[in-house]
Ligand binder design. Structure first.
Ligand code: 7RM
Length: 661
């Protein structure tokens, strides 16, 4: 039996790594249990202690948690601090100004070292330039930038002056960018001329111009442009300015804006089950506390020795908490990468780990799976062809990791020396929630194991009753925690309905994932989303969002979108489409399918493009007119139809819809 087979059969348990246990921040299960018990015993005392020990406060808080307006919770509200001061100044003041904050590797391999002192200077200059343009505390600034030091500088500069940033992933379309600019009420937009990915220059400024021209963003007075490639861009005088020019004559120092811990640090849009993305609003104190604390606990990061690398983009929550804020808050050195894992070849990650002597590596299952495939095809890009001995901890995030990929990661990347830390969390949770601890938790491939101390996660049924271990149910969190979202921007009603539904009693945080706990160990296994949200390569996409995009195309009469399992991306988008004209066949259907893919890429972004498009004369519906989504899911998977289809008007469409384009 192969190693993988035995893992699958026995749910093999891997001991916590001997390389990390003795010196780990939380060493051994007893230490974990003691911390969890402390939180159970004195919840506010526990969180108050962490907040005082982990962050620097300008004005100490006197109250930890305010539940008087639940589920709108407030943490450390009368305390004052500044995120950028915590992430930068305090390390410089402690004598670490010469230490690398960011080791940036560009798409073409060029490396730039940015020390904490450099970062401070750059953030101050940019913050001053923003202030000069009238950007002030509470204003929203949209950031549409590639993976870059400038991206981190822009976010930190906003935080420094109390402006709330909203980063839009550089892969989103002008339409998605426009929607976010309008919804958040931005006063400024920070973008780049172009971005470099895999040797190719891709536009950003022209997309930003389109987004601004699409209407509704008249409040945007300034567009600040980072010159990345020098590619030609259109220019609107009086509105557009080059980033490098406006910081030139600014001062190297900038007094931070001290804000309440509850002041919104950022708003990040994420897909929900309706068509419109939700502006997830995070607080300054809570988010920063948990980003820093989990760096120490989950990653066991030791600023003096470790080189941390999170491969996520700053456009996602993982980039916010584990690039911009977490590593800097604890004064660590991190690697930041502009490009893609497959350029110049699929050994890029391993090459970079070796080159920068990365000790803690954090990536997504989808990347691991695609690199498994590539290394099977070409031994030169296999991780075993590189010296990865600097590694001591491996992390994963974004979707359930299949045990095969887990074991491959463990054996080939970590060389069976490093624990694989499977971190379950969400945009809304701000930081890690359920995860093993290196040096404490015995590991089971495919399980995110146990909640962190202070995180009261459990599994309930549809009425909010806890279910026994071994029984599947809905993943919830029973008590508020500091890094939880505070609101859906501009839509408190949606916040309540989406996350604290009355059906569950109105006080349980509903994560939207299904889960089951192991009978003996209580370990959590996440079973995927229970709502209409897909997870493609770790990116959340609402099926309704894609459906609305499709029906906005003049050719389309009706569309239904479901997910199906995919070897590499986890889930793939499958669209069932009814055209206004007759059902296309042969070459014509391929042509229209490609047109619709390009359309979705333009409406939302290339990540939302349907992998399969299936045309039918109509969609399978119940008598009451509801689309039979379960049936579509079976069709998408190519399964035999076992459901009762007697209510279908036209059973012949099942054959039509089984044909992928
Ligand atoms: C950090 C992030 C959140 C959704 C979440 C899950 C899925 C994330 C894991 C996971 C199983 C994991 N934020 N998810 N991590 N599922 N195991 N370790 O991904 O807001 O973009 O997505 O991702 O479904 O609800 S996110």
């Amino acid at each position: 039996m192969s190693a993988i087979e035995s893992v699958l059969q026995e749910r093999r348990v891997f001991p916590p790594s001997e390389k990390t246990s003795a010196s780990a921040t939380i060493s051994g299960m007893d230490a974990y249990k003691a911390l969890s018990a402390e939180a159970e015993r004195d919840y506010e005392g526990f969180w108050g202690r962490l907040a005082r020990e982990t962050l620097a406060w300008k004005k100490p808080f006197t109250k930890v948690l305010d539940e008087s307006n639940a589920p709108f919770y407030k943490w450390f509200e009368d305390g004052e601090l500044n995120a950028s001061y915590n992430c930068i100044d305090r390390h410089v003041e402690a004598g670490h100004g010469a230490k690398n904050a960011i080791v940036f590797e560009a798409d073409d391999g060029a490396v730039t070292n940015v020390t904490y002192q450099d970062l401070l200077t750059r953030v101050c200059r940019f913050a001053n330039a923003l202030r000069k343009r009238g950007v002030k505390k509470g204003d929203r600034v949209v950031i549409y930038l590639p993976m870059s030091v400038e991206g981190v500088v822009a976010m930190q500069a906003c935080a420094r002056i109390g402006a709330t940033h909203s980063v839009v992933f550089g892969g989103f379309s002008s339409k998605s960018l426009n929607e976010r600019l309008v919804d958040v009420g931005a006063v400024a937009l920070i973008t780049a001329d172009e971005q470099m990915r895999g040797g190719k220059a891709l536009p950003l400024k022209s997309i930003a111009d389109e987004a601004l021209a699409a209407g509704g963003c008249e409040a945007v007075k300034d567009v600040i442009v980072y010159r990345r490639t020098g590619g030609k861009v259109a220019w609107t005088e009086g509105r557009d300015a080059w980033m490098h020019e406006i910081v030139e004559n600014e001062s190297d120092t900038c007094e931070p804006e001290w804000v309440s811990a509850e002041h919104p640090l950022f708003i990040l849009y994420t897909s929900g089950s309706t068509g419109k993305p939700k502006g997830v609003q995070h607080s300054t104190g809570g988010l920063l506390l948990w980003a820093a604390q989990t760096m120490k606990w989950t990653f066991d990061a030791k600023p003096a020795e470790d080189v941390f690398w999170c491969t996520a983009d700053i456009g996602w929550i993982t980039g916010h908490s584990y690039i911009t804020y977490g590593p800097t808050a604890i004064g660590a050195t991190q690697v930041m990468f502009e490009g893609v894992p497959t350029y110049p070849n699929a050994g890029r990650f391993w090459d970079m780990i070796a080159k920068h002597k990365v000790t803690i590596f954090y990536t997504a299952p989808t990347a691991i799976r695609s690199l498994i495939k590539a290394s099977e095809a070409d031994a030169k890009v296999h991780p075993k062809s590189y010296d990865l001995s600097s590694l001591r901890i491996l992390g994963t995030v974004g979707e359930p990791i299949n045990p095969e990929a887990w074991v491959w990661y463990y054996e080939n990347v970590g060389g069976a020396r490093c624990p694989v830390i499977d971190t379950w969390w969400q945009t809304e949770t701000g930081g890690h929630m359920i995860t093993p601890l290196p040096g404490a938790t015995p590991l089971v491939p495919g399980s995110c194991t146990l909640p962190l101390p202070g995180i009261m996660a459990t599994v309930v049924d549809e009425t909010g009753q806890e279910v026994p271990n071994g029984q599947g149910g809905i993943l919830v969190v029973k008590r508020p925690w500091p890094s939880m979202l505070r609101n859906v921007w501009g839509d408190p009603d949606r916040y309540k309905k989406s996350y604290f539904p009355e059906e569950l009693g109105g006080r349980l945080y509903l994560a939207g994932d299904g889960a089951v706990r192991d009978k003996e160990t209580g370990y959590f296994t996440i079973m995927g989303r229970i709502d209409d949200v897909l997870n493609v390569s770790g990116h959340r996409l609402g099926t309704m969002e894609i459906e609305s995009a499709l029906v906005a195309n003049p050719l389309v009469a009706e569309a239904a979108v479901v997910g199906r399992p995919d070897d590499t991306t986890g889930e793939a988008v499958v669209a069932f489409v009814v055209l206004k004209r007759s059902r296309p066949e042969g070459d014509e259907s391929t042509k229209i399918a490609n047109e619709l893919r390009a359309w979705v890429a333009k409406e939302i972004g290339p990540i939302a493009k349907p992998k399969d498009i299936r045309f039918g004369e109509n969609l399978p519906k119940t008598r009451s007119g509801k689309i039979m989504r379960r049936l579509l899911r079976s069709l998408a998977k190519g399964e035999e139809i076992t459901q009762d289809v007697s209510t279908l008007e036209n059973p012949a469409i099942l054959d039509q819809l089984g044909e992928a384009r």
